[in-house]
Design a protein around this ligand. Structure first.
Ligand code: NAD
Length: 489
């Protein structure tokens, strides 16, 4: 897609009417807008409607009215709409990917991979929609029978982050719709355009009016407060940072609203004494640098056994120094900018404070000289202490801190010494890796792989990384309530 085509695609989206209710586009109730910035240049892309409490209520009214009708459709009818959404998203992947690279900054190859990953949730949950199961049992005392079924939870409030603007939305919308729910969605204010483009696609796929509604806004708390105070909202599904997750859990408490929380990570990447070093480097380039390090599953702390440390470090430095940093829309780019100035400053501050505490830069990729955007150089850093700020905080950027270990007890103490528990990666002999993995407090473990995301696998974390699972069979259960009938027999 060239520049002129992308501009036309943006114009056709009508960002000045980005509030999407009952399958139609409208401006914010008070006419307010907010800017969307290109992180590669720091220039404004466009202005987008900034939803208010009145818009949030209007979206909720539409979702509540549409819910009984949508739930009354047969599972097959719901499945076919989702299947068409998958087909349409695959067909429009290049346009969607360009839009994502523009507003989020990520490298085009990462955007294209996300478009296909995001679409896959529609296909997966179209298949799950028709596999609804229940139970029919005889209680121990006999004399009755128990019939267990699942029903849709109702209207769901969805709040998504900017780092995977398409996939984080479809990972919630698809299972919610498959289970017979309707939704209201607030996308991150950095990336509302991707969400808007998904709304248009869902309408084309045959999603009836009111089933999926969108309220972009930079007044996040106003929108979430409005939704969570309304008795018609029965579930809040959030993906984002742990602090905002805690706030939403607090808002859900008074009315005991169901919650699904996909929160922050701090993934350990462990390379054992017997690991295939070349394979581990390949895995780390994905686990660390996919999406420029802005993934909740990103390798955040790299623990190297002392026997392989030297070889691994030297090979990694070579690879990282050669990474091509640039605008996401440039097809040569491997690492784009980070999402905004605040993120860039935060990462630079984290690095500076680690360097003050004895960490050492070993290698760095060059930055583009001709771009004024929010770039952070991919960097390899040697970290001498386990309590370094780089190991204790979620970096969310292309910094790769290395820490040596020599025995398993020391390793496990470091790996589990965090309140986060989303993902970890282990490279080494399979038997050793599985035994070690069982001792790691994380919801997902990549074994000799640098990627754990898969629509057919239950994505989620333990500890302060979240509550619940997305994708797989578990993903639809989050959007259902169990109901049982006790039958006289
Ligand atoms: P964020 O928590 O700042 O924002 C996420 C969403 O919440 C956005 O839509 C934002 O506008 C909204 N929000 C912000 N403040 C709010 C408030 N007070 N009330 C209601 N909504 C509010 O997170 P982010 O910076 O967009 O994303 C990065 C974080 O998300 C990282 O911590 C990352 O690990 C996490 N994440 C987790 C997963 C997962 O599946 N576990 C996936 C992707 C990202």
């Amino acid at each position: 897609m060239d520049n002129a085509e992308l501009r036309q695609y943006l114009t056709d989206l009508k960002p000045e009417k980005a509030i999407w209710i009952n399958n139609s586009a409208r401006s914010a109730a008070n006419g307010e807008t907010f800017p969307v910035i290109d992180p590669a240049t720091a220039n404004q892309i466009t202005e987008v409607s900034c939803g208010t409490a009145a818009d949030a209520r209007a979206a909720l009214n539409a979702a509540a009215s549409a819910q009984p009708g949508w739930a009354a459709n047969s599972p097959r009818e719901r499945a076919e709409v989702l299947r068409r959404a998958w087909e349409l998203m695959i067909a429009s992947a290049p346009e969607l990917a360009s839009l994502m690279s523009w507003e989020n900054g990520k490298a085009y190859k990462d955007s294209l991979a996300e478009a296909s990953y995001a679409a896959e949730f529609f296909r997966w949950f179209s298949e799950e929609a028709v596999r609804s199961d229940g139970d029919f049992t005889t209680p121990p005392a006999g004399g009755s029978r128990t019939l267990v079924t699942a029903r849709p939870v109702g209207v769901c409030a969805l709040i998504t982050p900017w780092n995977f603007p398409a996939a984080m939305a479809t990972r919630k919308i698809a299972p919610a719709l498959a289970a017979g729910n309707t939704v209201v969605l607030k996308p991150a204010s950095e990336t509302p355009l991707t969400a808007l483009s998904i709304m248009r696609l869902l309408k084309q796929a045959g999603v009836p009016d009111g089933v999926v509604n969108l309220v972009p806004s930079r007044r996040s708390a106003e929108i979430s407060n409005t939704w969570l105070a309304d008795p018609r909202v029965r579930l809040v599904s959030f993906t984002g940072s742990t602090p905002v997750g805690r706030t939403l859990l607090g808002l859900a408490a008074p009315r005991v609203v169901n919650t699904a929380m996909e929160l922050g990570g701090n993934a350990a990447f462990i390379v054992g004494a017997t690991a295939d070093v070349n394979a581990a480097i390949e895995g780390l380039m994905i686990a660390k640098f996919r999406n420029g390090g802005q993934a909740c599953t990103a390798a955040n702390r790299i623990y190297l056994h002392k026997d392989i440390k030297e070889e691994f470090t030297q090979k990694l430095c070579q690879r990282v120094s050669a990474l091509k940093v640039g605008a996401g829309l440039n097809p040569q780019t491997e690492i784009g900018p980070v999402v905004n100035e605040k993120a860039m400053r935060g990462i630079n501050e984290l690095l500076a404070s680690a360097l003050n505490q004895g960490a050492k830069v070993l290698a760095q990729a060059p930055l583009p000289a001709d771009l004024a955007g929010y770039f952070v150089a991919p960097t390899v850093i040697e970290v001498p202490h386990a309590d370094s700020p780089l190991l204790q905080n979620e970096i969310f950027g292309p910094l790769a801190p290395l820490k040596e270990y020599s025995c398993e007890d020391e390793l496990l103490e470091m790996v589990n010494g965090t309140e986060m528990g989303l993902a970890s990666y282990i490279y080494g002999d399979l038997n050793w890796a599985l035994h070690l993995g069982e001792k790691i407090e994380a919801g997902m473990i990549g074994v000799n792989r640098g990627l754990v995301s898969d629509p057919a696998a239950p994505f989620g974390g333990v500890k302060q990384s979240g509550i619940g699972r997305e994708g797989a069979r578990e993903g639809i259960r989050e959007f259902q309530e169990v109901q049982y009938f006790s039958l006289d027999w």
